[in-house]
Design a protein around this ligand. Structure first.
Ligand code: SAH
Ligand code: SF4
Length: 364
């Protein structure tokens, strides 16, 4: 079965042509896919009967099945356990702010990077998502919001997986989602978060896609970063920052740095000063996020006092930063709490927070 959302326009045209269709048929099907976000073949555009039959018999729309849905007590954060065509699971999160709706999208089933504090990382890697499966998540939330007279304002690639280790599928999806002839989602409303795959960041700087780039930094010395994030042994801070500098110079864009505040580990004065030194002169913004607790990692979030002291060091060094407040919730939908077989448990109080400062005003 071919997922139609896995195809770019030339591939769709080629496929329809082999089935006796024309360029214009491909245009109609494309508009149907990206303007109407269909869930079945019932309202296919007016096509020759044989073509309709081939489409219905040999292609799919890759619609995700919702296996479970969990709403946080604050009524603003919802987590869906979504099933893919092969039975694998991912989780998607919808965050409702006063004026904006933001979705947290996955790029892989699991993740191979193994960051110590991340539930996805602790569950290991299963497989890449296809471009169509990434697009399907955005459409999943778009459809629902459209039915309520709303629309998705932003999405962040901050669900499961490392987007730059699934570069081709992720970028194919982002190009189709942002292309005015595709979904037409403004790139400035898209945020890609990466653990710091230096060659991927360099490659991203050559794409004509002015999205927001967030780097999960979390430590400013190689020894601590390698302890927390094994990927640092492959791409050291030096190579990471070389790629970031190239990115900022080529694109003229500011980069966001995410810093999960872990009590007594990376919230020290030494780390704050090392961070300030690394970012001096870079067009950067730091998001300080409290650690969302996960059972596999016993460390605790920083105390408010430690977070404030850390932020004060950045202040003095004139490094722009935001101390993110946690949004209440008990559904393990916070960053790093997503896992393959969603734990839809009740009652455990854990903060739900989306770490990136999203464009378009305050988050709460
Ligand atoms: N792989 C990418 C994107 C997915 S992770 C990346 O690492 O950037 C999304 C964000 O959640 C990352 O910044 C990650 O560091 C953060 N995160 C992971 N575990 C977390 C936790 N337990 N508490 C808070 N944030 C966490
Ligand atoms: Fe993978 Fe990102 Fe989790 Fe690290 S933080 S394990 S890169 S999903």
């Amino acid at each position: 079965m071919i997922n139609l959302y896995d195809l770019d326009f030339p591939a769709l045209e080629a496929r329809l042509t082999t089935w006796g269709g024309t360029y214009n048929h491909a245009r109609e099907v494309w508009a149907w896919l990206y303007r109407q976000w269909p869930v079945d073949f019932e309202h296919l555009p007016d096509l020759p009967g044989a073509l309709r039959e081939r489409l219905a018999a040999e292609t799919t729309l890759g619609v995700l099945t919702v296996l479970a849905r969990q709403e946080a007590p604050d009524g603003k954060t919802r987590k869906d356990l979504l099933q893919l065509a092969d039975g694998e699971h991912i989780e998607g999160v919808l965050l409702r702010y006063r004026e904006r709706r933001s979705a947290c999208i996955s790029t892989q089933v699991g993740c191979a990077c193994g960051c110590r504090f991340c539930a996805t990382g602790q569950s290991g890697f299963t497989r890449q998502l296809s471009a169509g499966e990434i697009i399907a998540q955005v459409l999943h939330f778009q459809r629902e919001l459209a039915a309520q007279g709303q629309r998705l304002s932003n999405f962040v690639l901050m669900g499961m997986g490392e987007p730059l280790l699934n570069y081709d599928h992720t970028l194919a999806a982002l190009h189709r989602l942002s292309d005015p002839r595709g979904l037409g989602f403004a790139p400035r409303r898209i945020t890609l978060s990466t653990v710091g795959i230096a060659p991927g960041i360099e490659r991203l700087s050559t794409e004509r896609l002015p999205l927001n780039l967030a780097i999960s930094l979390h430590a400013a010395t190689d020894d601590l970063r390698s302890q927390l994030m094994p990927i640092n042994r492959r791409y050291s801070l030096e190579s990471l920052f070389a790629s970031v500098e190239q990115y900022t110079q080529r694109t003229g864009r500011r980069v966001m740095f995410e810093w999960v505040m872990i009590g007594g580990i990376n919230d020290t004065r030494e780390q704050a000063e090392a961070l300030a030194a690394r970012l001096a002169g870079l067009p950067a913004h730091v998001n300080l996020i409290r650690l969302n607790p996960i059972p596999e990692y016993t460390e605790q979030p920083s105390t408010p006092e430690a977070s404030d002291a850390f932020a004060a060091v950045l202040d003095r060094a004139h490094i722009p930063h935001t101390l993110r407040q946690s949004r209440g919730g008990a559904i393990a939908a916070g960053c790093g709490q997503l896992r393959r077989r969603g734990r839809f448990t009740r009652g455990r109080k854990s903060p739900v927070v989306c770490p990136v400062k999203l464009p378009g005003g305050p988050q709460r």
